[in-house]
Design a protein around this ligand. Structure first.
Ligand SMILES: *Cc1c(COP(=O)(O)O)cnc(C)c1O
Length: 213
């Protein structure tokens, strides 16, 4: 691998939002196992149709607390936990279902107003509080950096990795921060070079989305 990373440490989340179940099935037949969805209603329908046998579903969109029940029921991981409130709601719902839901803390590395996630400065507080919540298991950090060219975006990927390292130095257990979800179709190679363990790739796999973004 060009980045000098062990390929086993990087997993591909195939972002199938807006894509029909038939496209997902094709990808499954081709060996893909992890899928990302970000519209809760569409995802619920699709997951019910396709099932969870040999397939892992990640929620990667903006999740309102009142949709936490649906997310806890159908997903293995929610990558976009941006508040303790949402974490608690997911934990409560997961516990009621007798499961533990994997979560990532969403960090807004670019500090963009229109993006969800906490600022890097607030990451420690969010991460520490999520660790206390029953029903969820913190696995790492996720980010959506500013929309820039791959080289311009590199510092933001680097920022997420150094933030993780800082948090480990501050005593957050390493296994709770193992995952770094960063990189999409246009920049996943740079993200892998900077330490991504999960890359979320949609259009490069499924082609352009016809409907909503
Ligand atoms: C849509 C989406 C992606 C995938 O984007 P592509 O550019 O199609 O690869 C990745 N992450 C999130 C959070 C998304 O909403």
């Amino acid at each position: 691998m060009k980045a000098g990373r062990d390929p086993e440490q990087v997993r591909l989340v195939a972002v199938s939002k807006t894509m029909p179940a038939s496209d997902v099935r094709e990808a499954i037949d081709a060996g893909q196992t992890v899928f990302g969805e970000n519209y809760i209603q569409d995802a619920e329908t699709k997951i019910k149709e396709i099932g969870t046998e040999g397939v892992t579903w990640h929620f990667i969109g903006h999740l309102q607390s009142n949709k936490a029940k649906v997310a806890a029921a159908h997903f293995d991981m929610v990558e976009t936990v941006h508040s303790l409130k949402l974490g608690k709601e997911l934990g409560k719902r997961a516990k009621a279902l007798g499961k533990t839901l994997n979560v990532l803390a969403q960090i807004n590395v670019g500090g963009e107003q229109q993006k969800a996630g906490v600022d890097p400065e607030a990451a420690e507080a969010l991460v520490r509080s999520l660790l206390e919540v029953e029903g969820i298991r913190l696995k790492g950090l996720m980010t959506m950096p500013p929309f820039l060219s791959p080289e311009e975006v590199r510092p933001y990927f680097k920022r997420l990795r150094t933030l993780r390292d800082e948090l480990v130095t501050k005593g957050i257990p390493k296994e709770s921060l193992k995952e770094l979800s960063m990189g999409m179709s246009g920049d996943f190679e740079v993200a892998i070079e900077e330490g991504a363990t999960l890359v979320r790739v949609g259009t490069a796999i499924f082609g352009p989305r016809k409907v909503k973004q």
